[in-house]
Design a protein around this ligand. Structure first.
Ligand code: 5GP
Length: 183
């Protein structure tokens, strides 16, 4: 097999491109109904949320604007520390806005609960969260996530924006890695 073939690095596909597209469309319909024509500021969390943002924003009928934040919560390990650093801040004033945070995945939830509190302190009208994936660990943190695409098991996943060592973000599906990649 070609050693550059990405498929060879994967154990199995969790959600296909088609499944993701239809679930994102369902989330968009729910968001449109909830916001009832009000303008929404989508805040994407770099870099993982790029694909969700691209597809969700295009599936919405509401007027939306978009802005981006980059935060870092991981130290050298793979466990979230809860210590968050802003690497890139928003360019938008949040005062009086309806903010919807767009995330790829919630694992411990520590990053998002910090981020939500941080955004609330800037005076928006509302702050809600939309994530494509959520792991069971997230249940331990007191955080209200209004829109969830899929509840997934505690496995490391890649694709559709999610990386392993910066690779695999470009896959149009979500899958798990073959053990030989990370062992
Ligand atoms: P937490 O919710 O633990 O504070 O951190 C969430 C972040 O950890 C996500 O934005 C993502 O960058 C990373 N993360 C957590 N679980 C996974 C996973 O299964 N795959 C990938 N690629 N990143 C993950």
């Amino acid at each position: 097999m070609d050693s550059h073939d990405v498929q060879a690095d994967l154990k199995h596909v969790l959600y296909t491109k088609e499944q993701i597209q239809s679930r994102v469309a369902e989330l968009a319909a729910q968001i449109d109904a909830d916001y009832e024509g009000r303008d929404v500021l989508l805040v994407g969390v770099l870099k993982g949320a790029v694909m969700v943002m691209a597809d969700l924003s295009r599936a919405l009928h509401s007027h939306v604007t978009m802005d981006w934040m980059a935060v870092s919560s991981y130290g050298s390990g793979t466990q979230s520390s809860g210590v968050v650093r802003i690497l890139k801040d928003l360019e938008t004033d949040l005062m009086g806005k309806h903010v919807l945070i767009v995330e790829d995945i919630i694992d411990s939830g520590l990053t998002l609960s910090w981020l939500k509190a941080n955004l609330i302190s800037r005076g928006p009208a509302t702050v809600e969260i939309c994530t494509l994936l959520r792991k069971p660990e997230a249940a331990k943190v007191e955080i209200d996530v209004k829109y969830v695409g899929y509840e997934i098991p505690s496995e490391f996943v890649v694709g559709y924006g999610l990386d392993f060592a910066e690779k695999y973000r470009n896959l149009d599906f979500i899958g798990t890695l073959a053990p030989h990649i990370y062992e």
